[in-house]
Write a new protein. Structure first.
Lengths: 129, 129
DNA sequence: TGGCATTTACGAAAACTATCGTACATTTGA
DNA sequence: TCAAATGTACGATAGTTTTCGTAAATGCCA
């Protein structure tokens, strides 16, 4: 599989596009500048480069270009997770899971989802015996 | 809290030191070069810079210096996780957890640990009502 | 002891990332 | 219509990261 290596800034932009869907530079920049301090042309340039790298697609049919994430959130998540598990968690996924549950205090609802998910996995496993 | 931002290469080195404990440049480099293609002096330089940044400590009492990670694995894990949850998982820790459990196929033993962990959290929660 | 192997120190280049100024094009509305 | 506002293109620069060559120091052992 092709390994993608978005930078920190690129991930911020991807995150916005994943959440908001297709957006203009202006829209992305407005959100970005709430937490970050950079000029408009900086965001523009970043997104243009991301387009060259094929991290973003764009529609240039109207004057104001519209950008879309060209790599899926799921795939990106998985690749970053795998790398993180390997380098920072010594290869143990469960170690990562427990660390994640520990601090970032999840809501009761979230914990329920995880329990459901676990018992679902359990069922599958029995079936495959 | 002081935010640390190890680079990708730095994380690889930290990972080795966390696992192996105090090590020489040679030891780190030998492991690193199994998966990566870089010269010995590159690894040396990296570790020297990491020492300047206070990511590593070193013992220079013998000719061959011995390096140790100066930041804890736990703290680093937590900071990287939090950032990742925010930017890549839209703020949802459970989303990350499920994605992690999904692919990186955990052993039955690992899943058990997680279940135990969850029911432990449950108990705590009831207590606090 | 003297020379080889290993290691550190250091500088510099290469590669990549982030930032912005400026020029030019397009749209809009007074 | 035409000036202001908005957008894109593009080059330049500064900063950071990664890479490595070379020189000097140190240790080992034949």
């Amino acid at each position: 599989m092709k390994q993608i290596r978005p930078t920190e800034s690129e991930l911020e932009i991807l995150g916005i596009l994943w959440e908001k869907g297709p957006s203009t530079v202006r829209e992305v920049h407005d959100i970005l500048s709430q937490t970050k301090d950079a000029g408009y042309t900086t965001t523009l340039k970043l997104m243009q480069i991301m387009h060259e790298k094929e991290l973003l697609q764009r529609d240039t049919s109207s004057k104001t270009h519209v950008y879309t994430a060209a790599i899926s959130q799921q795939t990106t998540q998985q690749q970053l997770l795998n790398k993180m598990i390997d380098t920072v968690f010594g290869g143990s996924a469960s170690q990562l899971v427990m660390q994640a549950l520990g601090q970032h205090k999840s809501s009761e609802e979230e914990l329920d989802k995880i329990r459901q998910y676990l018992s679902e996995m359990e069922k599958q496993q029995k079936k495959n015996r």
